[in-house]
Design a protein around this ligand. Structure first.
Ligand code: 0X9
Ligand code: ZN
Ligand code: ZN
Length: 419
């Protein structure tokens, strides 16, 4: 399979991308759905290897310049496990499967009883407990910061960051003055994986040795409908059943009650940005929203970690209207991006979601902001498309270290500007 990057210059070229997507199986990486493609926008999508030359031809004929971003996705998927520390069990510099992450939440709490506690905020569609870690020195009525990871199943670097954050918190408390102050005065609620069922699904059949595709290739028609080998690793949504459809899952970041399904989201269950049957239709988003509603008086900042494209976004995404705290949010985002870049010179773009990435309703950041949590940010971590969702494990450490600087900046700012 290959990943293409094109920048359609006009509506006509957008139309061509639409027609390619309606004739063959195309997986949109950025934006996440064909309906979001607009002129002048950078578009990354994945197609099967055996039709990729035709796709290339077609793009060329229509005068669209393109780049092959990933020439061999299988090689990139294999290369994501390039960490030297290949031991079994948990590692902060590896992608850990759900079982390992679940065990880690219990272990880290047991090993740091004065700093970390462990609870369950709900259950996923498939019945997995949603573990939440509370990190901070115990104290009376502390303000809190909520951080979640793993909304979108294929964005593996995101859960890796939540684990990294907790490790750094417990490992540098009492050594790093900023971290010590933060944990003395604030609590961090860390939800390491929101969409656990989806995450588990991306771990199944990672290296399908493709006897199924061989069978399916016998019938070209069928083959175009089922892309067996990588679809699993590239899954985005939850895994819930949809009434009246064979397609599974809802996009959890289109499922919140913030301009729900009005823009940049799909009403059809087969799309990767399906908004669900109603706001909070998913058990996972409902559990998250319930927890936040119950802790509205203490939660002062909300950070949700996604990938990829190196962006720091804030409200709104469901409307082009600027949030009332635009100036403050923009300057926080600028300073946090500067902090992040200071380590490895990684360039981040920041701004309101609607203009910086694309308008898309039903996101958790917008919902939380409208609930009165002023400091609401979405991170889109590394990279800008070289590896996309299959970021090699060797980049976990640098990605998490630089992101930590931005997160500490926002946390410290929040602490100094409690409201
Ligand atoms: O589209 C999304 O949900 C996020 N990008 S991703 O590529 N990780 O899927 C961006 C979310 C920005 N915020 C809202 N749309 N509310
Ligand atoms: Zn995402
Ligand atoms: Zn460190």
């Amino acid at each position: 399979q290959k990943v293409f990057r094109v920048i359609p210059q006009n509506d006509e070229q957008v139309e061509i991308i639409n027609s390619i997507a309606s004739h063959i199986e195309v997986d949109f990486w950025q934006p996440d759905s064909v309906t979001l493609v607009k002129p002048k926008m950078q578009v990354d999508f994945r197609v099967e290897a055996d039709i990729s030359s035709e796709v290339g031809e077609l793009l060329k004929e229509s005068g669209m310049e393109y780049r092959v971003l990933i020439d061999n996705l299988q090689a990139a998927v294999d290369a994501q496990f390039d960490s030297k520390a290949r031991a079994t069990g948990h590692s902060y510099e590896k992608y850990n499967n759900w079982e390992t992450i679940a065990a880690w939440t219990a272990d880290i709490a047991a090993q740091n009883p004065d700093l970390v506690s462990h609870s369950v905020i709900g259950e996923t569609y498939e019945g997995r407990p949603m573990y939440l870690l509370k990190v901070g020195k115990s104290g009376a009525n502390k303000a809190a910061i909520f951080i979640d990871c793993g909304f979108h199943a294929r964005e593996w670097i995101s859960p890796a960051f939540c684990q990294w954050f907790v490790k750094e918190a417990v490992g540098t408390y009492g050594k790093d003055t900023t971290m010590t102050t933060l944990l003395d005065s604030l609590d961090f609620y860390v939800l390491p994986v929101v969409n656990i069922d989806g995450y588990v699904y991306t771990w199944t059949n990672v290296s399908t040795s493709c006897w199924k595709c061989q069978l399916l290739k016998l019938s070209l028609n069928l083959y175009l409908y089922f892309t067996i080998p990588f679809q699993d690793r590239m899954w985005r949504k939850t895994r819930s059943k949809n009434a009246g459809s064979r397609c599974l899952g809802t996009d959890p970041n289109r499922n919140f009650n913030a301009g729900w399904c009005s823009i940049g989201a799909s009403k059809s269950p087969c799309d990767s940005t399906y908004c669900g049957s109603e706001p909070e239709s998913e058990k996972e988003t409902k559990a998250l929203a319930d927890f936040i509603r119950q802790h509205l008086s203490t939660i002062k900042a909300y950070l949700t970690i996604h990938s990829y494209s190196q962006l720091l976004l804030f409200p709104y995404s469901y409307t082009y209207k600027l949030p009332s705290h635009y100036e403050e949010l923009n300057s926080i985002a600028r300073a946090a991006s500067e902090q992040l870049s200071s380590l490895y010179n990684t360039k981040y773009t920041y701004g309101p979601g609607a203009t910086t990435i694309y308008p898309a309703a039903g996101g958790s950041d917008d919902w939380v902001y409208d609930q009165g949590i002023k400091y609401a940010f979405t991170f889109e971590l590394r990279d800008t498309g070289r590896y996309g969702f299959v970021l090699p494990e060797s980049q976990i450490k640098p990605t998490c270290e630089e992101t930590l600087l931005a997160v500490k900046y926002i946390a410290n700012y929040t602490l100094k500007h409690l409201y």
